[in-house]
Design a protein around this ligand. Structure first.
Ligand SMILES: *[C@@H]1O[C@H](CO)[C@@H](O)[C@H](O)[C@H]1NC(C)=O
Ligand SMILES: *[C@@H]1O[C@H](CO)[C@@H](O)[C@H](O)[C@H]1NC(C)=O
Length: 495
């Protein structure tokens, strides 16, 4: 209360995590415009499980995913293959490539040759990144293929660089020889260094060196200069249970369990890759489920350090005090969160799928001090409390974005597109675009009021999973489906 009274007496601007809803929704009709032409009215379709990345010029790219204007998430018949570019400086979307059709199988051309007619087929859960020269890469996803594509914005041509595009056969990983390549996979963690010269792909759900299918813990590096893959760590066979040798010790031989839908970041110096959470599926583990173990992989020493979290599913984390950094803070177990690293080397994680529903909280990790800070809490479910075009504290961001965020270095802001809007009663794909500005200011009164209200009413839900009553209208489809899928796959010998 003290802060609120002070704000009323002396209204000043304070730094806050400010989020603004730019446009899009769940019910809007997409506007395609002309291919390759930026448009003030063009807007992509509603998407989930698509991929996003930003180039060094600040353009934000969106590819693939599951599309729909109603709840089509699990019909399995609505995969998009269109590539979109959002230019923050102009606020315009460009339909850059791909077709408007859902479930388009794509067109392949000669491997290694740029083609005006080729493009990757529709898919959910692809991995995407940009390189220093502005090219856009798409890897795998969908039917667990390992096709690697490069899009050149200058001439709008795609090149199929490597891998197989046929999901009817196992896309087996190759871990030795002159042309190693990860096996086909979906929902791997992907992160690039600051200069976009190296990209790291960790784990995911797919095929190993023997063609067996399951979750993986292999760490791969893609070097954009050589356009080649290097297998850095982890196992060439799937379903590995990891080795947890003690927290923080960095002891030789420690490494994380296989998983999909984790988050990862590269530190500012480009010397370590951090990995958080995801979904582990274990034959010898106590159970399958969401984890919050936090790992650092030292790229020079090639060693893993288990930094924090638990080695069994369901870790609730330590919420600490809102906006106060602490080495003992940690987000709760989750998968498919949005994550990004800023140009200052800070690492952020937002939302994701919790053991009982969705998160829409926001956290920051500072590698220099090894401190996590809870910056914003789960939004409350009042429809309309985030209004189009009106900046709001991120605590009022009622949106669960899945892996759908990109940090644009040009304006030092984060763009969040699609996923699920937190206020929807169904797991509706959305076409909403939000911008998050971590360095913006808000009148202290509104920022503090929002933070105080949220902290008071929602603080319990961060340390303990939300009660089923509080999340029942928006229970994750993953949560409903995984208990069915996992025993089924186990029975089939797949996981
Ligand atoms: C977004 O869509 C919902 C319906 O799904 C509607 O109630 C709401 O008014 C829309 N908001 C805006 C700003 O378009
Ligand atoms: C799994 O990978 C780790 C290194 O990341 C290695 O130490 C371990 O021997 C591997 N296990 C198997 C079964 O290959």
């Amino acid at each position: 209360m003290t802060a609120l009274v002070a704000a009323a007496i002396a209204p000043t601007l304070v730094a806050a995590q400010v989020v603004t809803w730019i446009g899009g929704n769940t019910t809007l009709t997409p506007v395609w415009g002309s291919k390759g032409v930026a448009s003030a009215v063009a807007w992509p379709p509603q998407l989930q499980r698509h991929a996003m990345a930003a180039d060094l010029a600040g353009n934000v790219w969106v590819f693939g995913g599951m599309a729909g204007g109603s709840n089509k998430l699990w019909t399995g018949t609505a995969y998009a293959c269109d590539l979109w570019k959002y230019t923050p400086a102009t606020g315009m979307w460009t339909w850059a490539s791909g077709s408007k059709l859902l479930n388009d199988p794509g067109v392949t051309d000669t491997v290694g040759v740029a083609s005006a007619t080729a493009y990757p087929g529709g898919r959910a859960g692809p991995m995407m990144w940009c390189d220093a020269g502005g090219s856009v890469y798409v890897f795998g996803g969908g039917a667990m293929t390992n096709d690697l594509w490069r899009f050149s914005p200058a001439d709008a041509k795609w090149t199929l660089l490597s891998g197989t595009t046929d999901g009817s056969q196992a896309s087996t990983g190759v871990y030795s020889g002159n042309a190693p390549t990860p096996g086909g996979r979906s929902a791997a963690a992907v992160c690039s260094n600051r200069g976009l010269t190296q990209t790291f792909v960790f784990g995911g759900w797919g095929y190993d060196s023997t063609g067996a299918f399951g979750t993986n813990n292999d760490m791969w590096m893609f070097d954009s200069t050589s356009a080649g893959w290097t297998w850095l760590a982890g196992n060439s066979t799937c379903r590995n249970q990891g080795s947890y040798r003690g927290l923080g010790s960095g002891s030789a031989g420690a490494y994380p369990a296989a998983r999909h839908s984790a988050a990862c970041w590269v530190d500012g110096a480009g010397t370590s890759v951090y990995v958080f959470g995801g979904f582990v599926i274990g034959s010898s583990r106590p159970s399958s489920g969401l984890v919050n173990d936090f790992w650092r992989f030292d790229l020079k020493a090639s060693t893993w350090t288990w930094m924090a979290g638990t080695n069994t599913p369901g870790g609730v984390g330590t919420p600490g005090t809102l906006a106060v950094a602490s080495t003992s803070n940690l987000p709760g177990a989750r998968m498919a969160a949005s994550s990004w690293a800023s140009d200052t080397g800070d690492m952020y994680i937002m939302g994701g799928i919790s053991p009982t529903g969705y998160f829409s909280d926001l956290w920051r990790f500072r590698p220099a001090t090894a401190e996590w800070t809870r910056l914003a809490d789960n939004g409350q479910t009042t429809t309309g409390s985030v209004a189009l075009g009106v900046p709001a504290d991120a605590s009022r961001m009622h949106s669960t974005m899945h892996q759908t965020a990109a940090f644009s270095a040009a304006d030092r802001r984060v763009y969040l597109f699609g996923g699920t809007l937190f206020w929807q009663t169904q797991n509706e794909p959305a076409s909403a675009l939000f911008v998050l500005d971590a360095s913006a200011t808000l009148p202290q009164g509104s920022a503090t009021a929002a933070a105080t209200a949220t902290a008071t009413s929602d603080s319990g839900s961060l340390s303990t999973p939300k009660t089923s009553a509080s999340v029942s209208p928006r229970v994750s489809v993953w949560t409903l489906i995984l208990p069915v899928i996992v025993p089924l796959l186990t029975a089939l010998g797949i996981v």
